[in-house]
Design a protein around this ligand. Structure first.
Ligand SMILES: [Zn+2]
Length: 417
């Protein structure tokens, strides 16, 4: 059987035929070259307007990389024609296997993009003996296509989240769809300012913004402001995950300060290696950690009291009536404000200030998938931290859309992997 026969079976182009197929020796390994030529009498299509146009000239032969076979690189070899288009001027013809100046065939680019969902980009480049840059361009192409073809109808619930990246205080704002029937990353923006979130609503469009029913977010002021302005009709819920994160941060601060103070006074280092004991939910602790926590709780430490306040607060989420949840919240805040533990008092003041938004949690209960923001947050952090090799915001953005966007792919993209 000839390779040409296989190519005609798996990758046929309407106005082009395969010519000679050669095995060529390159530096380290052989490669396969398959010639392509235009079917005789077929007229070239202008790449500007997709219309058949009279020929102008023929360019030098170019190589387009196709899906590798048995560890060998495969190239299509073709001399593109140029057309003289009355509408677009002199243009190179449309080639159905490639996109513009890209040297990868579209099939190969979709192939690499699909693998880049399973492996990190560097691994994909190594596995298929291509460059990191080719993998990046392929993913970028897949993301562009997917974002242009995604269905944005029926979005009722969204979650707004921020993640720090590149160490230090640089943030990304992420917006997820958190409807029960569809959960995905919708949008990524640089920073976490009023402008950032305004850009999201601009992208979503006025009509779609005004049918939103639930929005989950952190107590971050710029977000609160923009959400009230752009989607005032939606029930705005302060997300459980973000609130518990604030409490954990406070505990962490109390614990670190107290540990330093104890050490300075020459006491036993009872607080060292207790960080996760205090931050994890008790049901997630191992038996050994359980014992250690029980031991720690005997001490009258600020960190212990902060921990108990946090665990007490978990009760808040179990209420069904907003009224009784409100009563509980007031009581908890009063108690915490008397605790003389400044980081915890700060959280209590913040919760008090946003009382009504907090109680929206109970008004919206069961209307959207509430754990979703936390799950996405974890995955997003992992994606930006993983060794994707990008240093730019654009690289991070593309990686996030690719892994979390649930973007559509054309049917033909599944054929090779
Ligand atoms: Zn044209």
């Amino acid at each position: 059987m000839q390779i040409k026969t296989i190519l005609n079976r798996i990758q046929k182009f309407k106005s082009f035929v395969y010519g000679a197929v050669r095995l060529i020796e390159t530096g380290d390994a052989p490669a396969i070259e398959a010639e392509l030529r235009a079917r005789s009498n077929s007229q070239a299509l202008c790449s500007g307007c997709d219309r058949p146009r009279p020929g102008y000239d023929t360019l030098a032969v170019r190589r387009f990389e196709f899906v590798p076979l048995w560890g060998m690189k495969v190239f299509f070899v073709y001399a593109p024609r140029r057309v003289d288009c009355p509408a677009c001027g002199v243009r190179v013809e449309r080639m159905p296997w490639a996109d513009g100046k890209h040297h990868l065939t579209q099939t190969y680019a979709w192939f690499l993009a699909a693998w880049a969902k399973r492996l990190c980009w560097k691994e994909v480049a190594e596995a298929f003996r291509t460059s990191w840059d080719s993998v990046f361009r392929s993913v970028e192409m897949a993301v562009d296509w997917g974002r242009a073809h995604q269905d944005l109808s029926g979005i009722r619930a969204i979650g707004v989240d921020e993640i720090a990246w590149q160490r230090g205080h640089r943030y990304l704002t992420l917006v997820y769809q958190i409807d029960a029937h569809c959960k995905r990353l919708l949008w990524v923006g640089e920073k976490r300012t009023v402008k950032t979130l305004l850009r999201f609503f601009h992208w979503l469009g006025r009509e779609r913004s005004q049918v939103l029913e639930f929005i989950c977010s952190d107590m971050w002021k710029p977000y609160l402001k923009v959400i009230a302005k752009k989607a005032g009709q939606a029930i705005h819920v302060l997300d459980r995950f973000h609130i518990m994160a604030h409490l954990n941060k406070a505990i962490d601060k109390v614990r670190a300060e107290e540990a330093t103070a104890l050490k300075a006074k020459g006491y036993e280092p009872i607080l060292t290696k207790t960080r996760w004991l205090l931050l994890k939910r008790p049901e997630n602790l191992s038996e050994q950690q359980d014992l250690k926590l029980a031991d720690l709780l005997r001490y009258n430490l600020k960190a212990v009291r902060a921990y108990l306040l946090k665990e007490d607060f978990q009760l808040f989420w179990t209420y069904t009536s907003p009224y009784w949840a409100g009563q509980f919240l007031d009581q908890w805040c009063t108690q915490t404000l008397r605790s003389k533990i400044e980081p915890m008092k700060k959280v209590a003041r913040m919760l008090k200030k946003h009382r009504s938004l907090l109680l929206n949690w109970f008004r919206a209960k069961g209307q959207f998938s509430s754990g979703v923001v936390e799950g996405f947050n974890t995955k997003a952090k992992l994606t930006t931290r993983k060794a994707y090799g990008f240093r730019t915001y654009h690289g991070a953005e593309i990686a996030l859309y690719h892994t979390l966007g649930a973007l559509p792919v054309p049917e033909s993209a599944h054929r090779f992997c």
